[in-house]
Design a protein. Structure first.
Length: 165
């Protein structure tokens, strides 16, 4: 699930990662078939990509419907690391990490998912450099997003895609 505000510089990292991953999978000839009315979701075999922007809680119905075992939230996260650093953060430790302008804290969303769906939740946090309104991703975050997309697309190889949008 890609989370962030596309208008706030590096806060868009999660959303941009999902958009790029979708393009890579389509270029690789993944077949697509729509099953949801939401144009922000992209199904890849057993992998579901959701472009959630600032409100991942808007997708709880879809998540309840598909009942995932694991949910990864890709998001900008202040971790006191070098810009572009990627870390896996368990949801219980997300309290002070998020850099995004969410409607509700990601930790509250993750807690809901674990209690209501019974899935594991992790954040793939990307350390931002700038959250300036109207600015593009900074170079270190662009590089990290590209690296993350490469790694995720390799792990998704060989699956059929069920997509929206």
């Amino acid at each position: 699930m890609g989370i962030g505000n596309p208008l706030n510089g590096d806060d868009a990292a999660g959303v941009v990662a999902l958009q790029r991953l979708r393009k890579v999978l389509r270029r690789r000839g993944a077949t697509e078939e729509g099953i949801s009315g939401d144009a922000s979701s992209f199904f890849h075999g057993r992998i579901v990509l959701i472009e959630a922007n600032q409100a991942p809680e808007n997708f709880t119905g879809l998540l309840r419907q598909i009942s995932p075992q694991i949910v990864f939230l890709i998001d900008a996260a202040w971790m006191d690391c070098a810009p572009g650093t990627i870390c896996v953060i368990p949801w219980q430790e997300m309290g002070g990490f998020s850099a995004s302008t969410h409607v509700q804290p990601p930790s509250m969303f993750a807690c809901y998912l674990t209690e209501q769906i019974g899935c594991q939740v992790f954040t793939l946090g990307i350390q931002p450099q700038s959250l300036e309104f109207g600015s593009p991703l900074t170079l270190p975050v662009q590089r990290s997003v590209n690296r993350l997309v490469r790694e995720l697309s390799r792990s998704f190889s060989g699956n059929n895609v069920i997509s929206q949008g």
